[in-house]
Design a binder for this molecule. Structure first.
Ligand SMILES: [Fe+2]
Length: 194
């Protein structure tokens, strides 16, 4: 098992991707992307509170809209009140340093466009000093439309070298579910989704 991420058998169709591109255009036009108000706080490797607000903006995706896409098969596996989906807009030429996500243990990530941006996981984080100084890394190389199970409990960093923003669909599985990467992995295995 790859302990950081796993690509699913399921993916968005070209039509689904076009719908999301339209969704972004409409959201941009109506200025619906907003900065989360203190809900997404990240912790950096020195345990200083690292505020994500300056880096990203996001828009909530209506679950009913999601159910018109192939993601339906995925979200139907979980209690609906424990699922939240967002399009997260990550600005051009930005870097978010090593962190684990405090708002989720596990989720699904899907990129919408090709982008020169990079998501890397730290292979070895046995000590906090190792990370960020001399760290073996593994990259999650997104293919647009492919769905990835994402272990948000492992240290990761994001770098967008592109001239434009990166848009990622993130499906958050609430911490209240008590699900983690391993349990969701096994669930997906049972359903032949990986
Ligand atoms: Fe993160």
């Amino acid at each position: 098992m790859n302990p950081f991420y796993t690509e699913l058998n399921l993916k968005l169709t070209e039509e689904n991707l076009d719908c999301f591109k339209d969704y972004i255009k409409k959201s941009e036009a109506h200025q619906e992307f907003y900065y989360p108000k203190g809900t997404i706080i990240k912790e950096d490797l020195h345990n200083k509170k690292y505020n994500f607000i300056e880096q990203t903006s996001e828009t909530l995706i209506d679950l009913e809209f999601l159910k018109t896409t192939t993601i339906k098969y995925l979200i139907d596996l979980f209690p609906q009140d424990l699922i939240k989906a967002k399009i997260v807009k990550f600005p051009a030429k930005k870097f978010v340093s090593w962190h684990i996500d405090l708002t989720r243990n596990v989720g699904f990530n899907i990129s919408i466009f090709n982008s020169n941006s990079h998501t890397i996981f730290a292979e070895d984080y046995s000590t906090q000093e190792q990370i960020g100084q001399n760290t073996s890394i593994r990259e999650l190389q997104y293919t647009p439309g492919k769905i990835y199970l994402f272990n948000a409990n492992r240290y990761h960093a994001v770098m967008n070298l592109d001239e434009g923003p990166r848009y990622i669909i993130i499906i958050f599985i609430s911490k209240q579910s008590n699900l983690n990467y391993e349990s969701v992995y096994n669930l997906l295995l049972n359903k032949s989704l990986i």
